[in-house]
Each structure stands twice: as structure tokens, then as C-alpha cells.
Design a protein around this ligand. Structure first.
Ligand SMILES: *Cc1c(COP(=O)(O)O)cnc(C)c1O
Length: 362
């Protein structure tokens, strides 16, 4: 498949306007799904084929489907925002498409062409445009492209057939009552990813590996886990699903991409946006000792997490086995909030888009 033709087979029974509006009044996150999905198959020897937009529906899988046993699965997450003129634009879909290819390569899966990934997202957003929340808040339509192996069998090997799917879910403002700092549990024994492993791929396996530490964080009264590197248990890497930024007096540091952390698109966007706003962003290394000492001596002013779902989340409190400390007095930091508002303004179309990040729907 060189050019991407997606056959449209829309639902004869989409939700009524009233039912959809009731959901959009309080969508939450990942709880409701739109009327349609896009599916594209890949078969060895034939490549990508049978691209279609069909009604959202359960899949029927053989119990010996390889994904269920060996976890050959990858996914993406990106958002479509309603613009002030009522049109819809998607934030940096080509960056997600490229990362999806890198994840596929790491998991020995076929790479979906970038233009096909974008065409699939566009077709779904176009069809389910009424599901994109109104302009004026931080609400969006969250797109979840993913790929699974569909070969049946228990032999361990890369599968010979796959299914790519895009589904969409309306997402409300992450902090409906106003931005609230999160508390972080610094896990000094559990690791998320190792050098040479799959930490840089967006795959469900990394999330499965993070759930126990997340439960431990909750048991310590914390919202999120921060992971350290697997070799020295010293260098801060990321949260289970968000990257970290450290705001110093004179510079803003985010952990460098060592191969065991995920190259977030929000992280990348903030490296550029922070520079636009006159800061000095840099990729570097921050140890757990730096974090604590520099907070206590006052040079580390703010810490925040970033990712597509929450955009930017301030860190208000940090806890580890040897103690705990407050970050920015437990309040959202000034730089954190300015970056958050600036990025959201580009996404929602209320500020110019100097890097051409927004992909308008055709
Ligand atoms: C998706 C993800 C992020 C954030 O990436 P964005 O592209 O900014 O949404 C960070 N860490 C992990 C492990 C992720 O899966």
C-alpha cells in the first residue's frame, strides 16, 4: 500500500447528539470511546492492506493469539484540539508516527509508513469530529493508535501478521479544579527499564513493569513513581508515563535520552518552547542526591512532569526511603505554569504556532 486509501464503512447507529453531549459534559479520561475506529492489516509477503474505518467494536481473538502470550504490542497517544474557528487540529502527529516506527523496529514489528499513520488518525478525527470537545478549555480528543500481533500460535518468534488500530476517546481537563501538584515516590529498588532493553519503546510491557512500583507509591501516600537508572540506582530517569524537568535558577534540565527512557513529544516540544521563552533548556543528568540537595539549598526552584495526557504537572512533594521534601512550597511553580499555559495556547490555537506543530484537518 503506497498511497493510503481508507475505505469508509461508517456506523449506521452512531450515538445520538444528546448521548454524545452528555458524555462530553464530563468525559474523564479513557472511559468513553467514539463511534468509529480505523483498522489496517499487515501480512508477511503482502505488507499493509485492508485499511478501513468501521464502527467501534470488540475484537475477536483466538486464545492462542501471540500478543496475549508474548506481548508484541506498541501504542501511541496524541490529541486533537478544537481551534477558535471551530476547526480541528492534531498536535505533532508526524512525531508520534515516527516514534511508532521506532517502537515497531525495537519489537520486531513492521513499520507503518508515517503518512499512513497520519491518514488513519485524520480519517478517524474527521469521521468523529463531533466528539472533539468545544474550544475554550483544555479538553481534547485523545487518539490511541496501537498495533498487536494477530498470528495464532505459541512458538516464540516475531509474528507474521499484525493489526494496526486507532481508537479515540474524549478527554476532559486533567485538573478540572485547577492545577494541583503531584507527590512523587522515588523508587530506589524497582527499575522500569534497563540499558539495551525496551524502555525507549512505547509498549505495554513497560507499563506492566511499572504497576507494582505504582502501587507501592500509593501505599506511601504518593501519586506517581519516579524511576532511577538500573545500573547505579542514582540517576533520575522518568515517571512511569511522563518525563521530568528540573527548573534551576539559570537553566532547565531534563534527563538525557539514555536509551532506557521514553522520548516524550511533550518533552521535546518543551526543549524548544522553553528556549523561545528565553530560558536555557538542556538535556543532562540529575541524581537523586542533586535533586534533594539543590532543593534544600534553594538552587532547584521547580520540578515538573510532562506528557500528552496531563501536558505539564507540577511536582509538590518528593518521598524516598531515606526521607521526604517539599518542592516549591508544594505550590505550582511560576516557570512550570508559564510553560504549561504557553504550550496549551499553541495546542488550542490561541497563540501563534512558530514550529508548525499543529496539523489541521484537511
Ligand atoms: C508516552 C510516554 C511519555 C510521554 O510522552 P509524550 O509523547 O509526551 O506523551 C513518557 N514516558 C513514557 C514511559 C511514556 O509511555
Amino acid at each position: 500500500m503506497t498511497t493510503t486509501t481508507i475505505e469508509l464503512k461508517p456506523s449506521a447507529h452512531p450515538l445520538s447528539d444528546a448521548e454524545r453531549e452528555a458524555i462530553l459534559a464530563n468525559p474523564g479520561f479513557g472511559r468513553h470511546f467514539t463511534d468509529h475506529m480505523v483498522t489496517i492489516k499487515w501480512t508477511e509477503g503482502r505488507g499493509w492492506h485492508d485499511a478501513e474505518l468501521v464502527p467501534y467494536a470488540p475484537l475477536s481473538l483466538d486464545p492462542a493469539n501471540m500478543t496475549l502470550h508474548y506481548a508484541q504490542e506498541i501504542f501511541e497517544g496524541l490529541k486533537a484540539y478544537r481551534q477558535p474557528d471551530g476547526s480541528v487540529a492534531v498536535f505533532r502527529p508526524e512525531a508520534n508516527a515516527e516514534r511508532f516506527q521506532r517502537s515497531a523496529a525495537r519489537l520486531a514489528m513492521p513499520e507503518l509508513p508515517v503518512e499512513t499513520f497520519i491518514a488513519a488518525c485524520d480519517a478517524l478525527v474527521q469521521q468523529d469530529k463531533a466528539w472533539v470537545p468545544a474550544h475554550g478549555g483544555e479538553a481534547s480528543l485523545y487518539l490511541r493508535p496501537f498495533m498487536i500481533a494477530t498470528e495464532v500460535g505459541l512458538g516464540v518468534k516475531p509474528a507474521n501478521e499484525y493489526l494496526f488500530i486507532v481508537i479515540a476517546s474524549p478527554a476532559g481537563a486533567y485538573f478540572p479544579g485547577g492545577v494541583k501538584p503531584v507527590s512523587i515516590w522515588l523508587s530506589e529498588d524497582r527499575v522500569r527499564a534497563v540499558p539495551g532493553g525496551i524502555g525507549a519503546a512505547k509498549t505495554g510491557g513497560n507499563y506492566a513493569a511499572s504497576l507494582l512500583a505504582q502501587a507501592e507509591a500509593a501505599a506511601h501516600g504518593c501519586d506517581q513513581v519516579a524511576y532511577l537508572d538500573a545500573l547505579e540506582h542514582k540517576w533520575v530517569e522518568e515517571l512511569g508515563g511522563m518525563n521530568l524537568y528540573f527548573v534551576y535558577e539559570d537553566r532547565i534540565v531534563t534527563p538525557e535520552l539514555t536509551g532506557s527512557l521514553l522520548a516524550g513529544i511533550t518533552r521535546d516540544s518543551l526543549l524548544k518552547l522553553a528556549k523561545d521563552l528565553g530560558h536555557q533548556p538542556q538535556e543532562g543528568r540529575v541524581s537523586i542526591d542533586d535533586w534533594r540537595r539543590d532543593t534544600e539549598n534553594g538552587t532547584l526552584k521547580e520540578v515538573f512532569a510532562c506528557g500528552t495526557a496531563a501536558v505539564i504537572t507540577p511536582v509538590g512533594r518528593v518521598k524516598c526511603a531515606s526521607g521526604e521534601w517539599t518542592q516549591s512550597g508544594g505550590e505550582p511553580g511560576e516557570v512550570t505554569m508559564r510553560l504549561r499555559e504557553s504550550l496549551l495556547a499553541i495546542q488550542t490555537g490561541t497563540a501563534p504556532d512558530p514550529h508548525a506543530w499543529m496539523h489541521p484537518l484537511g
